[in-house]
Write a protein that binds this ligand. Structure first.
Ligand code: TXA
Ligand code: MG
Length: 316
């Protein structure tokens, strides 16, 4: 059931059921983070391997303090600047966070999402919400309530409809590497503005083999159709004869291929990010055979766009 009734969402969550919640990044598949049994239902609904830990969502730094042992200076600085917002911090967890949430790690990923409806919901609950993106494991993350319903409707008690996600890509994850803050997943907060705040250049970890590395499995965010990233004119030539769909930054290709989706005619990376996952889903549903897209400028949120496209791409 899709709706925007906070009381219904709250009652299901109090009852130990799962509810999909809107955030500014992507929709989450939420349940009581303090009850292992409930958290197990999340893994089951998503068909998610248990080695992939979940992010805990809360509504204030004070409330976050109930679930982490400490806020080191670097973390507090980031939290005060970017929360509520698309930033997840990896911090030492308290014992009330069950092992199933973190896959046994002593660190918990925690964030305050920037969405009015969900913040209200979190404030009304006596527990935080564990929530991965509300998609079947490996598929494209949902940026609307309908996206969630398309695949998980029968596995979730309620889908809280908060409209389209404004950021459209998952949170940036920051943790410590060798005692220094590092980005474990590029996301809604670009490295550049973290650098500005911290006063040094933060390392962006690209490794996908590191099991600690958040959300960074090589094959992820994948549409059902083959997807290739590269120079679009060359790719069009190479794939002549096929039904082609193109997702481009600002150039329109409708004269050359079967379907062309332009993410931002005015060339705005933030706008492009917001529409990326919806465009992949639309291509998946359309009568095309392959999806072609291009490398985006490697600046700001463009880095996160490229990261997701790289992971969604067909490995040759
Ligand atoms: O924007 C987001 O972060 C969204 C919304 C719903 O908040 N959530 C999200 O969750 O993207 P998910 O589960 O799809 O990706 C979170 C990633 C996981 O791949 C996991 O590996 C990593 O964060 N992660 C979570 N807790 C961690 C921990 N304790 N240590 C290392 N990585 C962690
Ligand atoms: Mg995910």
């Amino acid at each position: 059931m899709i709706g925007s009734d906070l009381n219904i969402a709250k009652d299901f969550l109090l009852n130990g059921d799962l509810v999909a919640i809107p955030t500014e990044t992507v929709y989450g598949l939420a349940g009581n983070a303090l009850v292992a049994e409930t958290v197990a239902k999340i893994f089951e609904a998503k068909n998610r391997p248990s080695f992939d830990p979940l992010i805990v969502h809360t509504h204030s730094i004070d409330s976050a303090r109930n679930y982490v042992l400490e806020f080191p200076d670097w973390a507090l600085k980031l939290a005060e600047k970017f929360w509520p917002g698309p930033l997840t911090l990896l911090l030492p967890k308290q014992r009330n966070i069950p092992d199933i949430v973190t896959n046994g790690s002593e660190l918990v990923g925690i964030r305050i999402p920037n969405h009015q409806l969900t913040l209200e919901l979190l404030k009304s609950l006596p527990f935080p919400l564990a929530a991965p993106s509300a998609n079947p494991f490996g598929y494209i993350s949902p940026t609307s309530a309908q996206h969630v319903a398309d695949q998980l409707e029968n596995k979730i008690s309620y889908i809280l409809d908060g409209g389209n996600c404004t950021v459209g890509l998952e949170s940036t994850i920051v943790g410590l590497k060798n005692g220094k803050p590092a980005i474990f997943r590029s996301g809604g907060i670009p490295a550049e503005i973290i650098n500005e705040l911290l006063g040094f250049e933060i390392e962006v970890l690209l490794s996908s083999s590191n099991p600690q590395a958040p959300g960074m499995l090589e094959n992820h965010y994948s549409p059902g159709k083959p997807l290739f990233v590269g120079n679009l004119d060359e790719l069009i030539n190479y794939h002549t004869g096929k039904k082609i769909g193109i997702i481009s930054f600002y150039v329109n290709y409708s004269a050359q291929v079967n379907k062309s989706l332009v993410l931002s005619p005015k060339g705005d990376l933030t706008e492009a990010a917001a529409g990326l996952f919806a465009s992949l889903r639309e291509m998946d549903k359309s009568k095309i055979e392959i999806i072609l897209t291009e490398k985006f400028p490697e600046i700001g949120i463009g880095r996160a766009i490229n990261d997701r496209l790289h992971r969604a791409a067909t490995k040759r």
